[in-house]
Ligand binder design. Structure first.
Ligand code: ZN
Length: 340
């Protein structure tokens, strides 16, 4: 089968011919990929940013936002059958550790991460496990929803955690209305009554944000003051920072009001905050990494009800290099999806 593999850091991935994965363990599931999302994390992987954390053996197949159809199941798999349409939680988890039993799949002590720690889904087939499979309506087109598996779950998880903070009368800021951010805006609109302000440097991204739930949009140039003005000088109750690099992180902290929370979802930058600022204003910094299995299942219920729609641009697997280049150059509105 064809697979998009990384052979070395700081070099473009290559489409290789590799053997198809097969079921080995009783809970293994092989999925025929219908769509694999292209994520900024893939660019960060190529730059070597994840090497120390994941230490994958090279070459391996990229792709951690996957959906498709069940192709083969292990002997003990009962929750899905061959032919089922599925979206995949990004982690392969054991189901027996404390985190798994609490539902916190992303903190599983023996998790592996296809596309980061070993072969992912930018290929014709992917090996995963029964616990990762969320069964979908058979009408669902995997390419339409694949990016919800990582971009979507991550945005949903952050919004879901913030719901108690976003009672009516509050204000939330979304920094970055790209792949994750445009899902975050829709989740906020679907789950809360908060006033949504979206900050982005790209006018097209802001136009899309206004169509999908943003009450106010703010372009770059005086964005901190603009948010202050929209919040009566107080700042926002919650800031969701989907960028968190190149200065967005200091903007995000400055836009967060007293007793507010700054949710870090993007990454790459560094926060330098005087501890006096933290105690005197009781502001919080909240980390977010992917989400739980139930987060993904809930998000799919919203997607199947038409409350969250992914804006996508599809590329054949063989054109993976174009998708990476377009994402890197900011030419993708919403999410790039590879279709084998
Ligand atoms: Zn576990």
């Amino acid at each position: 089968m064809k697979a998009v593999r990384i052979h070395g850091y700081h070099q473009q991935p290559v489409v290789d011919e590799v053997p198809e994965p097969t079921v080995k363990g009783p809970f293994d599931v092989v999925v025929k990929i219908g769509g694999a999302g292209v994520c900024r994390t893939d660019l960060h992987i190529i730059e070597g940013q994840w090497q120390a954390a994941m230490n994958p053996a090279l070459p391996y197949t990229l792709g951690h936002e996957n959906a498709g159809w069940v192709h083969e199941v292990g002997s003990a798999v009962t929750n899905v059958a061959v032919g089922d349409t599925v979206i995949l939680h990004p982690l392969i988890t054991d189901g027996v550790c404390r985190a798994c039993r609490a539902g916190d799949d992303m903190h599983c002590v023996s998790a592996s991460f296809p596309g980061l720690s070993h072969d992912g889904g930018m290929a014709e087939y992917l090996l995963t496990s029964a616990r990762a499979c969320v069964k979908l309506d058979p009408q669902t087109q995997p390419a339409d929803v694949a990016a919800l598996a990582d971009a979507g779950i991550t945005a949903y998880h952050a919004v879901r955690k913030a719901i108690p903070l976003l009672y009516p009368g509050t204000t939330a800021v979304v920094i970055g209305a790209g792949g994750l951010g445009h899902i975050g805006v829709q989740c906020l609109a679907a789950l809360t009554a908060t006033t949504i302000i979206v900050v982005d440097r790209n006018p097209d991204a802001l136009k899309l944000a206004a169509q999908i739930g943003a009450h106010h949009t703010v372009t770059h140039g005086g964005q901190v003051d603009a948010v202050k003005e929209l919040t009566g000088g107080r700042g926002a109750n919650v800031v969701f920072d989907f960028v968190a690099e190149q200065g967005a992180e200091s903007d995000g902290w400055a836009m967060t009001g007293e007793a507010g929370s700054y949710f870090v979802i993007g990454y790459g930058g560094e926060l330098h905050i005087p501890t006096l600022d933290i105690i005197s204003t009781e502001r919080n910094v909240i980390g977010n990494i992917v989400g739980t299995y139930n987060d993904l299942a809930e998000l799919m219920a919203l997607a199947e009800a038409g409350r969250v729609t992914l804006h996508t641009k599809t590329y054949p697997l063989a054109a993976a290099a174009d998708a990476f280049a377009d994402l890197d150059a900011g030419r993708v509105r919403g999410r790039a999806i590879l279709v084998p």
